[in-house]
Design a protein around this ligand. Structure first.
Ligand code: PEP
Length: 251
């Protein structure tokens, strides 16, 4: 049985006080949770404070990005040892917003994944097709290529998490149907098996893209959907907690 994971990506939102409060609500709720993983990814500026709130609880701390080098002249960047130092156990890699607005290539994503595993931080690797790519019928080609390039030369690790995030569904209110998500998740699982053998098929695969308390039930019920990466609905404790509650009921 694969465990479930619900991860919240706060993006460039929340000051320190707002972050502390949201984290505290989630930590309080998490006391009732026994299975699965709850992960939150606040902005860099709030990581330290949120770590103090989550320390010793079930809630794990993620960064939204990292640099692949350990240290040096990389103005504006944050390294994995720095993220570990502040208490991060996870880091989101290759989010479509980073690929689109910061020209993050598959090659850079590959270097980042290598570095995360070296530092024993769990990468949440985001992949997904644009609307145009889906319309032209090349979703599997695009997603398969992103995964193969991201994982090139990387040994199997149980820490590796994949998030399937169709670009057209992120922040648009237009989520993939449960069937569309299931189809791509099954394909991703097969790709992971082709790379790592049977154990590759046990890695966690999350869905991301306009997940809300209203649509989580149908998505999380799909066999190959192990959890979700949530943007907008993770910014309020009510909606994030409702998503976890529904997952607890169905997984
Ligand atoms: C995301 O940014 O990873 C995401 C899935 O955002 P949203 O839930 O807002 O679509």
């Amino acid at each position: 049985m694969r465990r479930w994971m619900i991860a919240g990506n706060w993006k460039m939102n929340k000051n320190i006080e707002e972050s502390r409060k949201l984290a505290k609500d989630i930590v309080d709720f998490s006391k009732k949770v026994e299975s699965g993983d709850i992960v939150i990814a606040p902005p860099f500026t709030a990581l330290k404070e949120v770590y103090e709130v989550t320390r010793g609880s079930k809630v794990k701390l993620a960064a939204q990005n990292c640099h692949f080098e350990e240290k040096g002249a990389y103005t504006g960047e944050v390294s994995l040892p720095m993220l570990k130092d502040v208490g991060c156990t996870h880091v989101i890699i290759g989010h479509s917003e980073r690929r689109k607005y910061f020209s993050e290539s598959d090659n850079i994503v590959n270097k980042k994944i290598k570095a995360t595993l070296k530092w024993e931080v769990a990468p949440i690797l985001c992949v997904g097709e644009t609307e145009e790519e889906r319309d032209t019928g090349i979703t599997e080609y695009v997603v398969g290529t992103q995964i193969k390039k991201a994982l090139k030369g990387i040994e199997f690790s149980e820490k590796l998490v994949i998030a399937y995030e169709p670009v057209w569904a992120i922040g648009t209110g237009k989520n993939a149907t449960p069937q569309q998500a299931q189809e791509v998740h099954k394909f991703i699982r097969d790709v992971l098996r082709s790379i790592y053998g049977e154990k590759g098929g046990n890695l966690l695969i999350l869905y991301g893209g306009s997940v809300t308390p209203d649509n989580i039930g149908d998505l999380i019920s799909m066999e190959d959907v192990d959890g979700v990466l949530v943007g907008g609905a993770s910014l309020k404790s009510d909606s994030f907690i409702a998503i976890i509650e529904k997952t607890l009921e169905l997984k």
